[in-house]
Design a binder for this molecule. Structure first.
Ligand code: NDP
Ligand code: 8X3
Length: 257
């Protein structure tokens, strides 16, 4: 039997990409999934798919991780469903814009820091009281290879994901002794809505990112997140980097065309 059966899993950014796929993957293990994001119509679909995949309870609520009041309202709501969280997946985030620092836009920096960094901290702080007394629970943060290797035109995103790695390491030190695991899963190129968001709806530019190569899928990353959460309680996967085989480094990608 899966260790995740009947556990309570909270996923931020569950309306698309890794978050949506993770909801269904946890549901297949028999876990209850609690889903948050801004697009409610999408969350409704993901909750339905999660129930169909085997989740005893799949519930959703609006969540804007960039807004403290929204995070508080989300956590107050989820306390009505469960007194404890077994797995928190801090996934909400992404990139906006791809310009040199000299030409980049402050509102894009705001988005990247508000979601990937401050949003992760807000949600974690608000959820911690429901997690720290729960030995064997996991906090799984979604980082990126961008947090490990800087690249041109990526200053704010690389810095935000480097911050995520640092926050993960800090929290692991701070809650050592509680039995709660703090992990980071750091993917390379994965075809989700990530590039579409980064290029502000320009589908042609977004598709070009993966031209001629085989990127990761949302399901590849979701399976990995579930695997990390499903280790025995005494095992913590501190840091896990997952890249497409075609990607040796951020901009060293094998292209068939
Ligand atoms: P998607 O764009 O498909 O998913 C992003 C998710 O984040 C959506 O569900 C979106 O929901 C949510 N989100 C964005 N802003 C907010 C907000 N303010 N409040 C709540 N939710 C928000 O991309 P991915 O699935 O690829 O991205 C998931 C995570 O993985 C991100 O942190 C990203 O940086 C990271 N990542 C992605 C990689 C890739 O190549 N795809 C590689 C490495 C890391 P909504 O808009 O409905 O609020
Ligand atoms: C997404 C991967 O390399 O586009 O985090 O930054 S990358």
């Amino acid at each position: 039997m899966s260790r995740l059966k009947n556990k309570w899993v909270v996923i931020t950014g569950a309306s698309s990409g890794f978050g949506a796929a993770a909801a269904v993957a946890f549901a297949r293990e028999g876990a209850n999934v609690i889903l948050g994001a801004r697009r409610l119509n999408r969350l409704q679909e993901v909750a339905k798919a999660s129930r169909a995949a085997g989740s005893p309870a799949a519930e959703f609520h609006e969540l804007d991780v960039a807004n403290t009041a929204s995070v508080k309202a989300f956590v107050e709501w989820l306390k009505g469903l469960t007194p404890k969280i077994d797995v928190l997946v801090n996934n909400a985030g992404g990139a906006k814009g791809m310009e040199m620092l000299a030409d980049a836009h402050e509102e894009d920096w705001e988005f990247m820091f508000q979601t990937n960094v401050l949003g992760l901290m807000r949600v974690t702080q608000a959820c911690l009281p429901l997690i720290v007394s729960n030995e064997g629970a996991s906090i799984i943060n979604i980082g990126s290879i961008a947090g490990r290797q800087a690249y041109e035109r990526g200053a704010a995103y690389c810095a935000a994901k480097a911050a995520e790695l640092s926050i993960t390491k800090t929290l692991r030190l701070e809650i050592n002794g509680t039995g709660v695991r703090v992990c980071t899963v750091d993917p390379g190129f994965a075809k989700t809505e990530f590039a579409l968001v980064r290029f502000k709806g320009d589908a042609e530019k977004a598709d070009k990112v993966y031209d001629g190569m085989n990127p990761l899928t949302a399901e590849d990353v979701a399976e990995t997140i579930v695997w990390v959460a499903n280790r025995p309680a005494h095992v913590c996967i501190d840091e896990l980097v997952i890249k497409p085989t075609d990607q040796a480094a951020v901009y060293k990608t094998y292209r068939r065309t």
